[in-house]
Design a protein around this ligand. Structure first.
Ligand code: ZN
Ligand code: ZN
Length: 284
């Protein structure tokens, strides 16, 4: 298996339109790895796209990918779903009868429930299914699906409208948790992992100086996992390799600082952490 980070940003991507901060100004000039598009990964092997942010079309073109045979969604939030129209790329305009490509879209149980109530997601996907561009595959909790010999198990994290994915191919195991890990404790049943992908979490404290960056009473600290909470999760995971992603513009962290932080975590905590950037490919 190979995991390709199509987008390593969060809800607010980098550069943020109109923002004149040093990070955004640099991102406009240098692009990757300073710039970050919306959260999405493509898993080579099962040929599985996880989540479709607004930039999905650009991301797939940049990676030289497509058509996409399989996809799934972690949760309904717009930063993970707003590129839902991507499936119209399967349209065959020229032949009659048309020879559309078809993407199998796997929806975990609660994602399907939420899609019926949020952002017109169900209406949009059902419309494209009627056009013959995708096939919705509805899952119940505990269901797995197998793609090219890779078994995929979606499971709920603590915020129970959000799913993480455990991918198993022979002895190889990969955990992909795209977002929203507040309150999550890695469950005991998780096996030893060859690769774990988690959201970085928000930096309540400066990771180098320990100085507080977000006021203790800020409500965001009740809805988002912090970086230190994420580190606690990582310590209880048994993972050979860890990649942190979903890195928000608001974090104001340059790639060089992330490299420095990764080195510090490896040295101080023995955590095999690196930070994602757009186009990163990790092989297991
Ligand atoms: Zn997100
Ligand atoms: Zn900015």
């Amino acid at each position: 298996m190979k995991v390709e980070f199509l987008g390593s940003g969060g809800a607010i991507t980098t550069p943020r339109p109109g923002c004149q901060c040093a990070l955004c100004r640099r991102a406009r000039v240098e692009g990757v790895p300073v710039s970050r598009s919306g959260p999405s990964v493509y898993v080579h092997g099962p040929e599985l796209l996880i989540d479709t942010p607004e930039e999905s079309a650009m991301q797939l073109n940049r990676a030289g990918l497509g058509p996409v045979p399989h996809a799934t969604y972690s949760h309904w939030h717009p930063d993970h779903t707003a590129g839902r129209r991507i499936w119209e790329m399967n349209m065959d305009w020229f032949h009659w009868p048309p020879q559309h490509r078809v993407t199998e879209v796997y929806l975990p149980q609660q994602v399907a429930v939420d899609f019926r109530e949020r952002l017109g997601m169900w209406e949009a996907l059902a419309y494209m299914e009627r056009l013959g561009l995708l096939r919705l595959c509805l899952l119940q909790d505990g269901d797995t699906f197998t793609l090219n010999g890779v078994e995929v198990l979606p499971f709920r994290v603590a915020a129970d409208y959000v799913y993480a994915f455990l991918l198993t191919e022979g002895e190889k195991r990969v955990l992909i948790a795209p977002d929203e890990l507040v309150g999550w404790q890695p469950p005991d049943w998780l096996p030893r992992l060859d690769l774990a992908i988690l959201p970085m979490g928000i930096h309540e404290f400066d990771p180098f100086t320990g100085a507080r960056r977000i006021p203790a009473e800020h409500p965001v600290l009740r809805t988002e996992a912090t970086f230190y909470q994420t580190l606690a999760m990582l310590r209880s995971l048994d993972a050979r390799q860890i990649v942190l992603t979903h890195i928000e513009e608001a974090e104001q962290i340059m790639p060089e600082q992330l490299d420095e932080l990764a080195a510090k975590l490896q040295q101080d905590d023995g955590l095999p952490v690196t930070f994602a950037y757009d186009t990163l490919v990790v092989e297991v």
